[in-house]
Design a protein around this ligand. Sequence first.
Ligand code: 8X3
Length: 245
Amino acid sequence: MRRTAVVTGASSGIGAATARRLAADGFHVVCAARRADRVEAIAAEIGGTAVVCDVTDQTSVDGLAAAAGPEVAVLVNNAGGAVGQEPIEQTDPAAWQQMYDSNVIGTLRVTKALLPALRASGAGTVLNVGSIAGHLAYEGGAGYTAAKHGVAMITETLRLELNGEPVRVTEIAPGMVQTDEFSLVRFGGDQTRAEAVYSGVAEPLTADDIADAISWMVTRPQHVNIDLMVVKPIAQAAPWKVARD
Ligand code: 8X3
């Protein structure tokens, strides 16, 4: 029987690429996302299961846990993202709330709901998609860095709390990844600002690069826990230090 992997935010970007890759690795992938048409299309493409799920809504997350079934081998907490990039003095608390709700509380809700099934698999893995923003600071990034530091701390704390149990707890922290939506959402649909993020960068990472790393992390022998993998394009030495043509 194929082992089950649950991927949140599976309708685009890193989530969709990860769902495709884990299906190719032999998992039955439960694809969770808010947009029904997109998540259904991805699930159909890979022979997985689509679940319309908003990680900020408990009823919705309960539905995801029910659809995932009694045993889940891998949970990829990918739903989340950035909203805005203003200095703290100019920032909107509502944007911070939105980022905290999706990245931090969303990760909490889904992890909590699926832990019994991860445990029941006898060899579970929780993989949280963090960010380099979860490990340092950059100007204009405070709302997002605060949220992703939260994700990093959930990862560390859960690993301590589950010590001795058959569930690994891991984090991947990507740097610059060019996807269709991350920067577009961050800048409220402003295409010019979104494109400027990657302007002149020879090769930003792709969603497939991150899916490849995630695949490697979750397919190590079960006694190997990759605590944290930081992945940046060669052109990026830090969030603010990017080689451009
Ligand atoms: C995305 C990386 O540098 O925009 O998680 O914070 S960054």
